[in-house]
Write a protein that binds this ligand. Structure first.
Ligand SMILES: [Zn+2]
Length: 278
């Protein structure tokens, strides 16, 4: 038996189908689209303005034409001894992110015996800390001339003197990293001021690559914040780091690896677009 469908019914049902598709595609669960058909974004970030980053990371990223983010605490000695190297990194497209001036962390938290009394975030007021982070922005502007950047609070501590200090700094930044976890669960519902990040140390290249593969499978984003690479503290070996960087460079069709400021500007544009469409 053949079923005959009158052409006008067919057109009507096609139109209905299109309308349903259109309305549902603007829902919060629509697939998030990365530039150039990439499956995931990856941000390679590095905290604390360390020598090993200037020696072992920037030459590797440049070799593969990838850009990362370096969260500088202004008090770090390399901002005096190697200022021109940081300036050159910015010119090469790397982001100089804000990691405060003095890198205060809350001494009251577990495992914080290393925090100096004079750099105890529990003893700094909200206004003092906010002022210092703004001054760090001015300092970074003097190095790179940029007016847009992102912020990682030292130790991911959000409270100064027991009260939240980061919320009042949102207008100064494109995005914050304030949570633990390397792979973003969902791009559409991501709060740009509560992005999660892994802090790898002592891991293998294969372990790092597994994280970016998980982000590609989800269509979301992987964020790493390293410290020392092949030296300094919380060390990741140069071999493991380079294995990840080479993997990302070999798979540029799958992974958009860029500075956090560039990735998050794109994410915010996409989120604003889907909100307008709804
Ligand atoms: Zn730090």
């Amino acid at each position: 038996m053949t079923i005959k469908i009158h052409p006008s019914h067919l057109i009507a049902s096609l139109l209905l189908g299109l309308l349903c598709t259109a309305s549902s595609s603007f829902a919060a669960d629509k697939p998030f689209v990365w530039p150039k058909g990439a499956k995931a974004a990856v941000n390679l970030a590095y905290d604390d303005a360390l020598d090993s980053q200037l020696d072992n990371v920037i030459p590797t990223l440049n070799k593969y034409h990838l850009r990362g983010t370096f969260y500088l605490n202004v008090v770090s000695p390399t901002l005096v001894t190697r200022l021109e190297d940081w300036r050159a990194a910015a010119k090469q497209g790397h982001e100089l992110g804000n990691h405060s001036i003095f890198h205060q962390c809350a001494k009251s938290q577990p495992g914080r015996e290393w925090v100096a009394e004079d750099r105890d975030l529990d003893k700094v007021s909200v206004i003092q800390m906010q002022d210092q982070v703004k001054v760090a922005n001015s300092f970074l502007h003097a190095i790179d001339g940029k007016t847009e950047r992102t912020f990682t609070p030292p130790c991911i501590d959000l409270k100064a003197g027991g009260a939240n200090y980061v919320d009042g700094l949102k207008s100064e930044f494109v995005a914050f990293k304030t949570n633990f976890g390397g792979v973003t669960p969902d791009m559409n519902t991501l709060d740009p001021y509560a992005v999660s990040v892994d802090f790898p140390s002592g891991v293998t290249g294969a372990q790092l690559i597994a994280v970016v593969k998980e982000a590609a499978a989800k269509g979301t984003m992987a964020n790493f914040t390293f410290h020392g690479i092949g030296g300094d503290h919380l060390v990741t070996s140069k071999e493991a780091h380079d294995e990840l960087v080479k993997y990302l460079a070999d798979n540029k069709d799958i992974y958009w690896t860029d500075s956090f400021v560039n990735i998050m500007k794109y994410v915010k544009q996409q989120q604003a677009g889907s909100r307008i469409a709804k």
